[in-house]
Structure formats: structure tokens, C-alpha cells
Unconditional design. Structure first.
Ligand code: SAH
Length: 227
């Protein structure tokens, strides 16, 4: 057996998590309309394979949602990129953002990689604890709390951007109320099965603009805390 054959594929850079595989995902996102280079760069640098179970790591750079336990999923990279890009649309320069539904922590990490001050809320304690370990291991300084994200985080608002990563039948007023003037909220809205990814931007007087970005499928936004 040659030395090369004894090396783990990761070590010689041909593994399913290698930079080449990650770059292929970036090209795919670009082909599917993600144009903001800052966002593409964040997706390129944040190691998505560390946000899923080791058994799924080889699939981490496919453009697909993957299970993270507790019946939840890490969002599809295209959806993460689309939501993130929406916060920067029209020359917006967000600083402080809120995510509802930490899950694996991947979306929060992407936002932090863009230099944003990230707040994230998760109702399932075990998912939050695992996400916090990832933030620490990767050096991300992200504020998080175990709570029902439908109330937002009023003490720390208002936010320049709010990203809701679980679907509700309608926009949640308490969250819209925590948007700063000029801020953008992105949220999947609709019943189980399929939803619309809504984007709304508000100015000092209220909502000025609402757009439907894409059809999406998210897990539901639920009430009540789970350990
Ligand atoms: N942004 C996540 C996606 C996770 S899936 C990621 O990048 O991995 C959606 C998450 O929202 C789940 O973890 C689910 O537990 C959480 N969630 C659902 N309803 C919630 C609520 N009311 N408050 C906070 N989190 C909620």
C-alpha cells in the first residue's frame, strides 16, 4: 500500500468536504441567481459539514436541506443565501440582526461571518446547546437564547434584519415591530407543505415594500419550549 492510499481522503483534499466540493456549491448558487459576492464568500468559508452529524458530512455541500434531529432540518444553502442576500438588498448596511430558529446554527454562522452582530433564538434546548458548541469551536461571537422566538428579543432590538427560519401561517406582528427603520424581515409564510418566502422592508412610517422571493418548504414555527 502506498502512503497516499493510507491517507484519509480529507487529508489529500479530495474528500466530499474539500474546497473543490465547496466551490462547486458556490457555482451552483451563482447559477441559481445568488449574486452578492459577500454572501457567496460567507457560504464558501463557513464549514457546513460541521453543522450536521458526521454521518451526513459527505452531503453537506449538496444544495439540499438535511436532518439535524428532533424532526428539524438545516436549511438548503440556496435558501440560506437568498435570505441573507435579502438583508443587503438595495444598498442596505445592516449591523444588528435577529434569527428565529437557531437549529444547527448554520444560518447564524453565515450572518456572523458577514460581520453582523447576530442574535438567535431557539425553542429546542438540545439543538441550541449543540449550536453554541459549534459557535465556540469556530470562534463566532453570537448571542443566543432558549425561548419562543415569536416574541423576538425586544430588549436587544430594534434589528436591521430579522430572519425567520420556521414557517408561520402569517407574518408575526411582534417581530415586524422589532424591525429598525430601513430594516428587512425575511420569513417563510404559509401552511405545512409549501410556503412563500416573504421579504418586507420598513421605514419610519411602517411597511413600505413587500415581495415574494420564492416558494419554499420550512418546518413549522411552534410554541412552547423543549429541553
Ligand atoms: N436556521 C436553522 C434552520 C433550523 S430549522 C439552521 O440554519 O440550521 C428551524 C428551527 O426553528 C428548528 O430548530 C426549530 O426548533 C426552530 N423553531 C421552531 N419554532 C420556533 C420558535 N417559536 N422559536 C424559536 N425557534 C423555533
Amino acid at each position: 500500500m502506498t502512503a497516499r492510499m493510507r491517507l484519509h481522503p480529507e487529508a489529500i483534499g479530495v474528500g466530499m468536504t474539500s474546497q473543490r466540493v465547496r466551490d462547486r456549491l458556490i457555482e451552483r448558487l451563482r447559477d441559481n441567481g445568488i449574486a452578492d459576492e459577500r454572501v457567496l464568500n460567507a457560504v464558501r468559508t463557513v464549514p457546513r459539514h460541521l453543522f450536521v452529524d458526521e454521518a451526513l458530512a459527505t452531503r453537506a455541500y449538496e444544495d439540499t436541506a438535511l436532518p439535524i434531529g428532533h424532526g428539524q432540518t438545516i436549511s438548503q444553502p440556496w435558501v440560506v443565501a437568498k435570505m441573507t442576500e435579502a438583508l443587503f438588498a438595495n444598498g442596505a448596511q445592516p449591523k444588528k440582526v435577529l434569527e428565529v430558529g437557531t437549529g444547527s446554527g448554520y444560518q447564524a454562522a453565515i450572518l456572523a461571518a458577514l460581520g453582523l452582530e447576530v442574535h438567535t433564538v431557539e425553542r429546542i434546548g438540545e439543538l441550541l446547546r449543540t449550536a453554541r458548541k459549534r459557535f465556540r469551536a469556530l470562534g463566532f461571537n453570537i448571542r443566543s437564547k432558549h425561548d419562543d422566538g415569536r416574541i423576538g428579543w425586544p430588549e436587544n432590538g430594534p434589528f436591521d434584519g430579522i430572519v425567520v427560519t420556521a414557517a408561520a401561517p402569517a407574518l408575526v406582528d411582534a417581530l415586524t415591530a422589532q424591525l429598525a427603520p430601513g430594516g428587512t424581515l425575511v420569513a417563510p409564510v404559509g401552511g405545512s407543505g409549501a410556503q412563500s418566502l416573504l421579504c418586507l422592508r420598513r421605514d419610519a412610517d411602517g411597511v413600505v415594500d413587500q415581495a415574494n422571493l420564492a416558494p419554499v418548504v420550512f418546518v413549522p414555527l411552534l410554541s412552547g419550549l423543549v429541553d
